[in-house]
Design a protein. Structure first.
Length: 264
């Protein structure tokens, strides 16, 4: 009987000890363990805090796989400091005096003692002429390079179409507009663009019909190196055309052929 009583006491003590140990591991209220799903959500939220914010919808529209797209900070810095890229420098002029080509008067026939003589008079005039000794600055391509900071594809006196062709070989072009890129218009001799024309893209906005509204800035649009800021341009990616809706080109620049966009 004593052995049985001791055994019961021993079992009772062990049971109490196990119960106490189990309660010690049980979390108190307000400190319940996080389920695995919540842990994953917490981890993803922490990653989101450390990631660079961006518009995933816009990034999916932009083809940046073959070239580095400028981030939002770079674009903002470019727009904030855009005045630093424009300092109008008209081409120098000199005044020279030119003599016109001598002109011959009509022959005069006189008679002197039965002989014919012909008299000729030569006249020459002088006039002052103003000549331009250099191009105004900044030209459109120089301005676009300054805004983007793109230093590649310098082929001497590179034209806009040459710049685009070189950038295309380097896989740095796209047909989808991107803020911070350069749109290059194709050659248009009828409109006085024998080498094309570049413009800096300040902002892009997708329309529901598949077109894009661009806000662009460009210089030398009037062959006098003046600056046109924030012109609105409607871009059709399927037709690859650009139509100016504001700015000095607004009245006439319709459906201009576009080669695409140069990326940084």
């Amino acid at each position: 009987m004593k052995i049985t009583s001791l055994s019961l006491r021993f079992l009772t003590v062990c049971t109490l000890l196990l119960f106490v140990a189990g309660c010690a591991k049980t979390p108190t209220s307000g400190q319940s363990p996080m389920p695995p799903i919540q842990e994953q959500q917490s981890a993803s939220s922490e990653q989101g805090k450390n990631s660079i914010p961006g518009d995933s919808a816009l990034e999916s529209e932009q083809d940046c796989r073959t070239a580095a797209c400028p981030d939002a900070r770079t674009i903002k810095e470019s727009e904030r400091g855009r005045a630093s890229c424009f300092h109008l420098q008209p081409g120098g002029t000199v005044t020279i005096t030119k003599a016109s080509q001598p002109t011959r008067s009509a022959a005069k026939v006189t008679k002197k003692k039965g002989q014919k003589t012909t008299g000729k008079t030569v006249t020459a005039t002088k006039k002052k002429v103003h000549q331009t000794t250099g191009r105004c600055q900044p030209q459109s391509l120089i301005y676009a390079r300054c805004r983007t900071g793109i230093k590649t594809c310098r082929l001497g006196d590179t034209s806009p179409v040459q710049w685009f062709a070189c950038a295309k070989k380097n896989k740095a072009t796209t047909s989808i507009p991107t803020a911070g890129s350069v749109i290059v218009l194709d050659v248009n001799t009828r409109r006085g663009m024998p080498t094309g024309h570049p413009a800096y893209v300040e902002e892009v906005k997708a329309n529901k019909d598949g077109t894009w509204m661009l806000r662009i800035s460009h210089t030398n649009y009037d062959r006098k190196c003046h600056l046109d800021l924030d012109a609105k341009v409607l871009y059709h990616p399927k037709q690859m055309t650009a139509t100016f809706q504001s700015g000095p080109w607004g009245p006439w620049a319709k459906d201009l052929k576009a080669l695409g966009f140069i990326l940084h």
